[in-house]
Design a protein around this ligand. Structure first.
Ligand SMILES: NC(=O)c1ccc[n+]([C@@H]2O[C@H](COP(=O)([O-])OP(=O)(O)OC[C@H]3O[C@@H](n4cnc5c(N)ncnc54)[C@H](OP(=O)(O)O)[C@@H]3O)[C@@H](O)[C@H]2O)c1
Length: 334
């Protein structure tokens, strides 16, 4: 992998702090009228951090919230109910590093005839050293990217996310379109272009490379988002909205597995300077509930500023190749 804009975790964290202090907005503020009444929203990785805060915020705004988590069931859901004052909250099990677990949940949702209005693909990890999933894939690749390719495609094929392309159960004209949000990161800009022959091939790495890989897989994720949006909306009219976003630097437990010294140093910066998960929910509410994004797709927010993603994610050939390579990796999973 080529050299990125920054190469060590501390530098990356300091960039996050600088961006928080220099934060700008070109959007209207979030309002109480941004509601999700009557809508069903599924959030992955909702047991803690950003996903948990989004679950509270969506429940408070009237959504039926489905928290798809690998742990914390039912405790995290009970906390969301208490904090939001809503009882329309449920937890379902999904470990996104396991194909079986992903398909178990998609089947369950299909059998229940659930129709999702908003999906927030949020689960993410930053292991400092390479780890293998049960399928032998590198965990950061599997959790931060491939699981999203698999989960979203299956939800679309099943019609659990209503759509014309795969399921022919598009929402009637005049009704709001389903929205797929990806919790990404502005660090996608730091990554070099996608190395297709190496993608999905297990390789050891250390904490220095972990931070580069993190931005790299967010580039992969955003490239997928652009390609997905193109496939779902081929004629210029929007059938399903796809929105990647970066919440900015957020005080969560994302560095839980960092080596102790590094964790201590980064933890201090997280604690002192990073925004709370609750504060970071703005772009999720805007893109999940905001009326002005209806009928649009592929809009990218970095905190509460609408921006253009890095030009690499719009590379048409890269989008096609990524799709093919992802299918190839998926077909190779035993
Ligand atoms: N924190 C930031 O500054 C920041 C900035 C930009 C983007 N993000 C992105 O925000 C997202 C959420 O991260 P966070 O900061 O809120 O960290 P977090 O508190 O560690 O949340 C990550 C969530 O992902 C879940 N998860 C991890 N592996 C999973 C698996 N195999 N199956 C199911 N769920 C799994 C975790 O579940 P468990 O609790 O069960 O482990 C946890 O609930 C990530 O995609 C991250 O890349 C974070």
């Amino acid at each position: 992998m080529e050299k990125g804009r920054f190469d060590n975790p501390l530098e990356a964290v300091l960039v996050g702090v600088k961006e928080l202090f220099m934060r700008q907005t070109n959007l209207r503020p979030i309002q109480d009228s941004d509601r999700l009444d009557g809508k069903t929203a599924l959030i992955t990785g909702a047991k803690s951090g950003i996903g948990f805060a989004v679950a509270v915020e969506y429940a408070r705004r009237g959504a039926h919230v489905i928290m798809a988590c690998r742990s914390g069931i039912p405790g995290a859901g009970e906390k969301v109910k208490k904090l939001s004052g809503s009882d329309q909250v449920e937890m379902v099990k999904m470990d996104v590093s396991s194909l079986h677990s992903i398909y178990q949940l998609t089947k369950q949702l299909k059998d229940r005839k659930i129709q999702l209005d908003v999906v927030v693909e949020n689960a993410g990890v930053t292991p400092p050293f390479a780890r293998k999933t049960i399928h032998g894939l590198e965990e950061m690749f599997a959790v931060n990217y491939l699981s999203k390719f698999i989960f979203i495609n299956r939800l679309l094929q099943d019609g659990t996310i209503p759509n014309a392309l795969y399921a022919g159960n598009s929402r009637p004209v005049g009704e709001s379109r389903p929205r797929i949000l990806f919790t990404s990161s502005d660090s996608h800009r730091n990554a070099s272009s996608i190395e297709f022959e190496k993608l999905g091939v297990y390789e050891d790495y250390n904490p220095t490379k972990a931070i580069k890989l993190y931005g790299y897989y967010k580039l992969v994720l955003n490239t997928f988002a652009v390609e997905l949006s193109k496939r779902l909306n081929p004629n210029g009219t929007v059938d399903v909205s796809v929105f990647p976003l970066c919440p900015g630097a957020v005080r969560t437990n994302i560095i839980r597995d960092a080596p102790p010294l590094l964790k201590f140093a980064l933890g201090g910066v997280f604690y002192l300077f990073f925004q709370s998960p609750q504060k970071a929910t703005g772009p999720f509410v805007y893109l999940g509930a905001g009326p002005e994004v209806e009928g649009s797709t592929c809009r990218y927010l970095h905190m509460m500023a609408e921006k253009q993603m890095d030009e690499k994610v719009f590379d048409v050939e890269a989008g096609k190749k990524l799709w093919e390579r992802s299918e190839e990796i998926l077909n190779g999973i035993s």
